[in-house]
Design a protein around this ligand. Structure first.
Ligand code: G6P
Ligand code: ZN
Length: 547
């Protein structure tokens, strides 16, 4: 080690507002650029997780603006804090699921992931940082709360004055005596995908002339999709579009849903549309899949993957169980029932699946918010979900639409939509929810819009593994026939409050399966607006986003 290099102790002051949210600390880039803002949080992680001293830390992010700056700071701070080794994705890049897989593969102590997921990036966009533990999953609340407590009392941080490291070459390096292994961000992940899926069958599917469009939305999935789908699976060049990760995602909102992935929706609705369409978000943990002129809801996607899992090598032995978040439709419940396996209903947030996966109680899980995953990592995984679908298309020889409509014929259709009312004043949103909660005791047995309410409550969850209790996770109105209206406030927004209204109607009769979603849900939509007095509280007549 160069004798000139020094480890510095820098005096600092705590900054308020560094409590991690649903998925780490997410703020505007300009907030992170404030003096010592990032340094304080990183030091708080090292203080809260003493095992990192002498341990291995995985580091990488989705490549958004400030990613490279943050990587250099974290490397120097890790060296000064006695971390033995950092495993870093080349270019500072690791998708969230790839980071999770690398933590597990190399038995690291933990990982720092730099991402604000699907939030826009660039100098005026968002940045984020989160800590994952040795199981590869987001740190439990006990740890994030400890990190937060350290941020409130911090007075010093440690950093080395080593020179910046060249992030763009793989190999073994040293930062002030700390080992840094720069790895190809895709290689280990690609190996894992080949263990799970039938690459020969998918290769044959492409070779037979079937076409796909993968919209990486100028985000981190690009290199993964290009190397796996165009490289290993032989799909023609141009299958992956917007495949180069850009620091500002090309100015786009990298969220794979019909409202934001408009380019892909247009391609898939054209007369010469490819057979299969897919998109993922900023850090590649979300996914949307589509057939030709056919949008698949995330809830249906989870149900289809569960019903057909044994067609895929990695899941040939069958599923231990499945899990979905409460607002996600009950489509997967119907599959679990038919398969005779357990189905868990958890609060919104991927972290609630962690214990179930670690305990071997579930193999697949998913959320209505375009997240699907399995026990192969401890994050949701966009590229994995797309490969799962490709595997199904290849071995069944069916189209996306055929797979879905046959699924509905067997299990019934859970007609489903989410209506978001964004940027509501926080107090108006809180008042709306309070008024709704106040009415819950009187609703059961009442008739609303011609349907009798069977259950009206505020969802609570008791974790079957660690016994923890999570209350107030969303208002549920469940009707006698199984139709549901769910209300909750988003836990991930950065401006004001977002009210999410989830609408679900069960249609057993095949004659009704072709119905247009919003038309089929019209009565429930009317009831949902009136019951919560949405216009009265928010002044809004229509939602800002419909998925
Ligand atoms: C993130 C989390 C998911 C969650 C989603 C929506 O993607 O990882 O688990 O479902 O945000 O959360 P929200 O609270 O905004 O509805
Ligand atoms: Zn994400």
């Amino acid at each position: 080690m160069n004798k000139e290099l020094r480890l510095k102790v820098v005096n600092t002051q705590s900054v308020s507002g560094q409590r991690p949210g649903t998925s780490g600390l997410r703020k505007k880039v300009t907030v992170f650029q404030q003096a010592n803002y990032l340094e304080n949080f990183v030091q708080a992680i090292f203080n809260a997780v003493p095992a990192l001293k002498g341990g291995t830390l995985v580091l990488g992010g989705d490549g958004r603006f400030y990613n490279r700056v943050a990587v250099q700071i974290i490397l120097k701070m890790a060296a000064a804090n006695g971390i033995a080794q950092v495993i870093l994705g080349r270019g500072g890049i690791l998708s969230t699921p790839a980071a999770s897989s690398v933590i597990r593969k190399y038995a690291a102590t933990g990982g720092i992931i730099l991402s604000a997921s699907h939030n826009p990036g660039g100098p005026d966009g968002d940045f984020g940082i989160k800590y994952n533990t040795d199981n590869g999953g987001p740190a439990a609340e006990k740890i994030t709360e400890a990190i937060y407590q350290h941020t409130t009392s911090i007075s010093q941080y440690q950093i080395s004055d080593a020179a910046d490291l060249d992030l763009d070459v793989t190999g073994s390096f040293s930062v002030a005596g700390m080992a840094v292994e720069i790895i190809d961000p895709v290689a280990d992940y690609a190996v894992l995908m080949q263990d799970l899926f039938d690459f020969d069958a998918i290769r044959a599917w492409f070779a037979a002339g079937n076409r796909m469009q993968f919209d990486a939305m100028s985000a981190v999935a690009g290199p993964y999709a290009a190397e796996i789908i165009e490289g290993l699976l032989g799909a023609p060049q141009g299958t992956v579009v917007n495949g180069v990760p850009l620091e500002d995602f090309g100015g786009h909102h990298p969220d794979p849903n019909p409202a934001h992935a408009t380019e892909l929706i247009a391609t898939m609705s054209a007369t010469d549309a490819p057979d299969f369409g897919a998109a993922s978000d900023g850090d590649a943990d979300r996914n949307m899949v589509l057939g030709r002129n056919f949008v698949v809801t995330p809830s249906d996607s989870l149900a289809v993957l569960a019903a057909n899992a044994t067609l895929v090598p990695g899941y040939r032995k069958g599923l231990a169980g499945v899990a979905r978040s409460m607002p996600t439709s009950a489509a997967v419940d119907a599959v679990a029932k038919a398969l005779g396996i357990a189905c868990y209903e958890t609060p919104t947030g991927w972290k609630f699946f962690g214990n179930l996966l670690d305990a071997g109680k579930v193999t697949l899980c998913g959320e209505e918010s375009y997240g699907t995953g399995s026990d192969h990592v401890r994050e949701k995984d966009g590229v994995w979900a797309v490969l799962f679908w490709l595997n199904l298309l290849a071995v069944t020889g069916k189209s996306v639409e055929e797979i879905i409509t046959e699924h509905w014929a067997r299990f019934g259709r859970h007609i489903y939509s989410r209506h978001d009312f964004e940027e509501i004043a926080s107090d108006a949103a809180e008042n709306l929810m309070a008024a709704l909660r106040a009415r819950l005791p009187e609703l059961a047995g009442q008739s609303l819009g011609g349907q009798v309410v069977r259950l009206a409550d505020d969802f609570a969850y008791d974790d079957p593994v660690d016994g923890s209790h999570s209350a107030r996770q969303g208002v549920r109105i469940i009707f006698a026939g199984g139709d549901r209206i769910i209300y909750r406030l988003s836990g991930t927004g950065t401006a004001g409050a977002t009210l999410r209204v989830y609408l679900e109607k069960y249609q057993a009769d095949t004659a009704g399966h072709g119905a247009e979603t919003q038309a089929a849900l019209a009565d429930l939509i009317t009831v949902s607006r009136q019951l919560a007095q949405i216009q009265t509280f928010t002044g809004m007549v229509q939602p800002t986003v419909v998925t």
